[in-house]
Write a protein that binds this ligand. Structure first.
Ligand code: PRP
Ligand code: URA
Length: 209
């Protein structure tokens, strides 16, 4: 599918299956999301631009490689997107963080914003938008619109599960934003939940059901 990368690494797929299991504890669910966040971060940063710098080892001077440009911005959509954050910050500890508070209205399924705080220089940085679930894509589309309003030009979207309907909507609203996901599920149900899915990611992460 154009514009979408499915991360089919065995570790990701194994951990995802553990997360889908409805018997998984809150603690286990959170820990697995953190671990998968790390693995997805590795994949989504695979093609970051590099530059050469001269360094001195204890033996001699040499040219080494380093990531070029300004630090990345990690932009979790609250609440569930926060589940990816620690794992990704473990790999990219100097990243900046933009918090985007959105909830889905249960009737209309529209995204309602309640918080937004981002670094001021988004235009100069790559932004990774994080949310485990891409269902209708209302949340992802709204978050990306907001980041673009604030200057972001280079964005990537990282999720755990995507519905085909959500992929289509996000790709048509923001064709410049590539999607990384661990799986593409079958469909949405009448309440906008991903099937087979894993239920409500925020509630499972925080034990709030
Ligand atoms: C969930 C999920 C996404 C959104 C996806 O959040 O974490 O943000 O739904 O659905 P969509 O693609 O149809 O917009 P929710 O609104 O339940 O908030 P929460 O993370 O605080 O539980
Ligand atoms: N949000 C979730 O947390 N799960 C879904 O299946 C859809 C939206």
């Amino acid at each position: 599918m154009q514009g979408v990368t499915v991360v089919d690494h065995p570790l990701v797929q194994h951990k995802l299956t553990l997360m889908r299991d409805k018997q998984r504890s809150t603690k286990g669910f959170r820990q697995l999301l953190n671990e998968i966040g790390m693995l997805l971060c590795y994949e989504v940063t695979r093609d970051l631009p590099m530059e050469r710098i001269e360094i001195e080892t204890p033996m001699t001077t040499m040219e080494g490689a380093q990531i070029a440009g300004k630090k990345l911005v990690l932009a979790p959509i609250l609440r569930a997107g926060v589940g990816f954050l620690d794992g990704m910050l473990t790999l990219v500890p100097a990243a900046r963080v933009a918090h985007i508070g959105l909830y889905r209205d249960p009737e209309s399924l529209q995204a309602v914003e309640y918080y937004f705080k981002a670094p001021s220089d988004l235009a100069d940085r790559m932004v990774l938008v994080l949310d485990p679930m891409l269902a209708t894509a209302n949340s992802a589309v709204a978050a990306i619109e907001r980041l673009k309003e604030r200057g972001a030009k280079d964005l990537r979207f990282v999720c755990l599960l995507a519905a085909p309907e959500g992929i289509e909507r996000l790709r048509s609203a923001h064709p410049d934003v590539h999607i990384w996901t661990a799986a593409i599920d079958e469909r949405l149900n009448d309440h906008g939940y991903i099937v087979p899915g894993l239920g409500d990611a925020g509630d499972r992460m925080y034990g709030t059901r």
